[in-house]
Structures are given as C-alpha cells and as structure tokens.
Design a protein around this ligand. Sequence first.
Ligand SMILES: [Zn+2]
Length: 273
Amino acid sequence: MLSGCGLTPPAPAPVPASPPVVPDSRPASSPPVLEASPEPARVPGTYPAGSLPPIVQHGPRDTGSVSLTFDADMTDAMADRLRRGEVSSYANLTLLKMLEKREIPATFFVTGQWAEEYPEITRRIAGNPRFELANHSYEHAAFTADCYTLPQLPAAAMTEDVAKTFRTIEPFGGRQTRYFRFPGLCHDRAALRALAPLGVTVIDGDVVSGDPFARGPAPIVRAVLSQAKPGSIIVMHVTEANAQYTDDALPKILAGLQRRGLQPVMLSELLGE
Ligand SMILES: [Zn+2]
C-alpha cells in the first residue's frame, strides 16, 4: 500500500466544513462528559477541527469492556446489484433483531448510501438508546490506492464525501458521534489531512472478524474470540448479502465474550466519552 507522502498536495485552506454537531433530543439520562473542550454539548468523537484526527485501535485495556461495531457498507456496485435484483438485501435484520432482543449495545458505522437505501432501518437503529451512529463514508470508496478492490476516491472529493455522510445521518437523530471509519480501514496521511476540517476521531479496531469473506459462522467466531481482549473494538458487518453469517456467529461470540467476563458497551462508553 502506498504511504501517500507527496501523493497529493494539501487541500486548499477554505474547505467547507460542517459545523460542530449538537445532539438534539438526547435522553436526559446520558451524562455529558466534558473535558477541556470549548463545545458546551460535545458529541462523542469530536476532535478540534483543523488538526489531524487521532486514530483509535482499541479502548483501555484495564476494563472488562469491549465494543461491537457493525459497518453498513454500500458501494455503487452493491447498489447496482440491488437494483438488478441479484441480491435481496444488504441489511441483516436477523442480526439487528438479535441485538435489540438481547439488549446488546452496539455502534453502527453507516455509509450515506446505506442510510439512503434503508431509511427505516437507520431510523430504527437511531431510535434505540443502546445503539449509536458513526460515519463510514458516503459511497464506501477507497481513501488510498490499493484498498482491496474498492474504487479510489479522488483526494479532492474526500472531505466532502465524509461531510455529506454526516449531513445524511444527522437528521436521523439518536446517539450521533463524530467517529469515522475508513472503508477497508485504508488510510494514509493524505486521507487523514482531508478529514482534518471535520473534527472527527478515526476508529480502526483491533479485532477484524473477517465476516464479509467467511463461508460460515465458525471462522468469524474463531477470529473474534481468538483476538478479543479487554478494550477491544470488534469490526463486523450488518450487510447481509455481503456478510451473511454474522447473525449465526453472534450468539457464540456473545457467549464467548461473557465467559471471559468481557461485556459489550457502546464505543463512546468504551472510550470514556
Ligand atoms: Zn466497510
């Protein structure tokens, strides 16, 4: 993978940045955590705009908590497959129902195109106080060269791609964040510079479940339980046709985590925000 140094010039100064987000109808019970931040009501993941965003791999290792994160990818190619009827759904409702029924906290990294394809489901996620919403880009294009088979986003389009996703997701309300996850977890310095105006925190994760490539639930369960430790951020998908065994794997993952005394919490809670 290219390191990206000198690949693109820095973005020109006046980049249209979306203003800091103020949560609208938060449940009264969520305690605001204020550090040395100028914003009165700080959304989790907010980082001073203009600085390179921090990259988070995992939370504190001295807790008994982990975070289950679910990516909601939607590339142009996926949208085309839906239109042509080649797949029936990129929304894993069995998984969602299981999380709801068992009252498992989770963080959803949603692409703008997925939220537009599935507004009711996005509303359902936003309406659950145990779920929070994060940003996974608008069209799930790559922010670096050689990021799996994803088409590459031009450098000049990166800031707007992510800003547009916030504009798409924010009207759904609920627990909004300024967490961002790069498609394919691919990033370099140029990509980070493009996000600087947006005041976000980049979330990678230290446990990659491999669920989009799995041919059954067992490898997903194995991948997660062999890597998960206190503070882990676990990367999974809610994309059904692209990750069809995630719901089969989840009960065993939850049981395995419980055996080790690891409790799922929302990402913002894991990171103490
Ligand atoms: Zn993704």
